[in-house]
Design a protein around this ligand. Structure first.
Ligand code: CP
Ligand code: NVA
Length: 307
């Protein structure tokens, strides 16, 4: 039987995603009640981190331990990806020791090498190109409140057209909703990803350089840092270019009154979003962060056929 991986959101079909959401909901209740649930007893997972992380590391490690398994954190200096050892050798090695591999790396091509050479499920914990666990979690967080009426949702992302946006656009190729990315000229999301998702003719996908127009009547306003990991030396240059794209009171006044404010975190408060907005009652950022745990537990259970 072929091994199933989670490298991009559309590794799951739309019905599998809805199944994941139902499972994540069940696991959320179980976790909150600290029920005994140990599908991964005697199992281990290697977690490769070439970049920093708080949420991804803690949520995977906590979730896998709660489900009875042992998760092993591998820091950048332990692995030396591409210098000490190749992605393909690591994938083959870790598949001999572990039942699952979770990895956060720079180059998406390294993730594809893990996928190609691992004989156990590989979960993508972020690359320069995408962040599937985050966006599956984000849609789960929306689904918890809105249930199955995605097609009526207007989700507006404001900021850099980065790995978060590429994942939203890929999600729009399998679930129907309206997605708008508003970003400065030259900072648009991946062109091939836009072309691919539009070719599926399922969702409305807009890319715009004009904040106020796109935000009108939004159900969700989402933002992320202006410079991602690996681009932090561009921070000063980007501050000037991105300042008209800050999520602040003036901007959100164009959205629906009950809009949800979302951010994958970590946030650089006072840059991409003001304190007033991230701390407002419209903000669901910590529910979203908690849901990483439950959604990823559902992903791990589903990839390992333990449901
Ligand atoms: N949102 C997210 O992936 O956070 P970390 O970088 O802290 O893991
Ligand atoms: N776009 C951000 C997301 C962090 C979770 C980054 O890649 O740094």
């Amino acid at each position: 039987m072929s091994v199933k991986h989670c490298i991009k959101v559309d590794d799951f079909s739309s019905s599998e995603i809805l199944d994941l959401f139902h499972l994540a909901s069940e696991l959320k209740l179980k976790y909150r009640k600290k029920e005994n649930y140990q599908p991964f007893k005697n199992h281990s997972m290697a977690m490769i981190f070439a970049k920093p992380s708080a949420r991804t590391r803690v949520s995977f490690e906590t979730g896998f331990a709660w489900m009875g398994g042992h998760a092993i954190y591998l820091a950048p200096q332990d692995i030396g990806l591409g210098t000490r050892e190749s992605a393909s050798d690591l994938a083959q090695l870790l598949s001999r020791y572990n039942d699952m591999i979770m990895a956060r790396v720079f180059s998406h091509s390294d993730m594809l090498e893990f996928e190609r050479h691992a004989t156990v499920p590989v979960i993508n914990g972020l690359t320069d190109y995408n962040h599937p666990c985050q966006i599956l979690t984000d849609m789960f967080t929306i689904w918890e409140q809105k249930k199955d009426s995605f097609q009526d949702l207007k989700i507006v992302y404001v900021g850099d057209g980065n790995n978060i946006v590429n994942s939203w656009i890929r999600l729009a190729s399998i679930l129907p909703f309206e997605f708008t990315c508003i970003c400065p000229e030259g900072y648009e999301p991946d062109a091939d990803t836009i072309t691919y998702a539009k070719s599926k003719s399922l969702s409305t996908i807009n890319i715009s350089n004009f904040p106020e127009d796109g935000v009108k009547d939004a159900d969700v306003i989402y933002t992320d840092v202006w410079a991602s990991m690996g681009q932090k030396e561009e921070t000063n240059k980007r501050m000037k270019i991105f300042s008209p794209y800050q999520v602040n009171r003036e901007l959100v006044n164009h959205a629906k009154d009950n809009y949800m404010f979302m951010h994958c975190l970590p946030a650089e408060r006072g840059r991409e979003v003001t304190d007033e907005i991230i701390d407002s009652s419209n903000s669901v950022v910590f529910e979203q962060a908690e849901n990483r745990l439950h959604t990823q537990n559902a992903i791990m259970v589903s990839l390992a056929n333990k449901a």
